[in-house]
Design a binder for this molecule. Structure first.
Ligand SMILES: NC(=O)c1ccc[n+]([C@@H]2O[C@H](COP(=O)([O-])OP(=O)(O)OC[C@H]3O[C@@H](n4cnc5c(N)ncnc54)[C@H](OP(=O)(O)O)[C@@H]3O)[C@@H](O)[C@H]2O)c1
Length: 341
């Protein structure tokens, strides 16, 4: 397989490169700065293309099987990279955590991807993949029929905080985050909805206050499950970090991201609960270390395993959920479906 990493010399791009390099995969580094690409290439091919130059992007992607886009913030420009990947006949994944971007990809490029015979799966991240896969497994656990609601919650603790790129992405959409973002209600995505819960219970802990949040699962889960309501939540303590935008000068003065040792001290947990129309309920969780390291694993391993019908597809449609989650065990990631919720 030949894979182009766009935004390859960024903090997350370099982690994706390191993870892909564990495989017998041809890797091409792409981005807008020839000098920085060459510095990281280690003898690999590099291709230079600006986000605003569609033809250059298509030329940079031509001949590859897939593109992994790590060039955030994605809300302003991620769709351009997806469109170029489709035009070049490549599958597309990205490391976005921006709900607006993910929704726009689902809304705008699906028909083109189907015509081109390629798979487009945004949000191949620590935050975007496990909750979507757990929701599918919970649905099967509950008999595979329609669901009344699916609620997903995230918690992150420890570690060295966010990369500069994450800060730019999150604080660039701080109004969306403060509003709680989109929820799925009876066939449409809406922002003006009441939260369906006010606390989350993470494994081995007592309930903690939670608020509605712009999670990607809210976009992806209704794509493959018949469900009336989907909402995303984070621990209120985490959401409080996003109460005010941080100016670019402050972000630019931060380190590019946490170092490896600090990252490995971080823990993430995702809980999902699903309820059937007749009130049967079950829960699931996944947890692991190092959100950026996990995102590199999700993006690299997920892209290598993409299979299924072309179009814009949720993680659960292009990965085998239980097998994929099991394959993450060497990275310290554990999961369980069916705990009482
Ligand atoms: N769970 C999650 O949701 C999750 C987890 C991990 C990462 N992420 C996301 O991944 C993204 C990357 O994070 P990061 O820490 O790697 O950021 P970063 O270090 O700032 O790297 C961003 C990369 O994108 C490139 N880029 C940005 N704007 C560009 C433009 N207009 N044209 C061409 N290239 C451009 C940068 O190149 P230049 O330096 O030349 O600008 C750089 O290579 C962020 O959006 C972050 O939120 C999300």
């Amino acid at each position: 397989m030949k894979i182009v990493i766009y935004g390859a010399y960024g903090y997350q791009g370099r982690l994706v490169l390191a993870q892909l390099a564990r495989h017998d995969t041809e890797i091409v580094l792409a981005g807008r700065d020839a000098r920085r690409l060459a510095a990281d290439a280690g003898g690999r091919e590099t291709r230079v293309a600006a986000l605003t130059d569609h033809d250059a992007l298509v030329a940079a992607f031509r001949g590859a099987d897939a593109v992994i886009n790590c060039a955030g913030p994605f809300t302003p420009s991620g769709t351009a990279v997806a469109r170029a990947a489709i035009a070049a006949g490549c599958h597309y994944t990205d490391t976005s955590g921006e709900q607006l971007h993910v929704k726009r990809i689902y809304d705008t490029v699906s028909a083109d991807a189907e015509r081109a015979g390629v798979i487009v799966t945004p949000a191949m991240t620590d935050g975007g993949v496990p909750g979507d896969l757990l929701a599918r497994l919970l649905s099967e656990h509950l008999g595979g029929g329609p669901l009344h609601e699916v609620l997903a919650g995230h918690r992150v603790s420890g570690g060295g905080g966010m990369s500069r790129g994450s800060m730019r992405s999150l604080f660039g959409t701080v109004d969306v985050l403060k509003s709680g973002g989109l929820a799925y209600e009876d066939g449409e995505w809406r922002a003006d909805v009441q939260p369906r819960l006010s606390s989350l219970t993470f494994p081995g802990d007592s309930p903690v206050p939670a608020v509605r949040f712009a999670l990607n699962e809210v976009v992806t889960i209704p794509h493959h499950l018949e469900v009336a309501h989907v909402q995303g939540f984070v621990e209120a303590e985490l959401a409080a970090l996003f109460s005010d935008a941080i100016p670019e000068e402050t972000i630019a003065a931060q380190p590019e991201g946490p170092d490896g040792d600090t990252r490995r001290g971080e823990r993430w947990t995702i809980v999902v609960q699903a309820t059937t129309p007749d009130g049967h309920r079950a829960g699931a969780w996944a947890e692991g270390p190092d959100t950026y390291g996990t995102t590199a694993v999700m993006a690299a391993e997920g892209t290598l395993r993409l299979s299924g019908p072309p179009g814009v597809r949720a993680p659960a449609e292009v990965l085998r959920p239980a097998a994929f989650l099991d394959a993450l065990a060497p990275y310290g990631i554990t999961w369980k479906v069916g705990r009482p919720a």
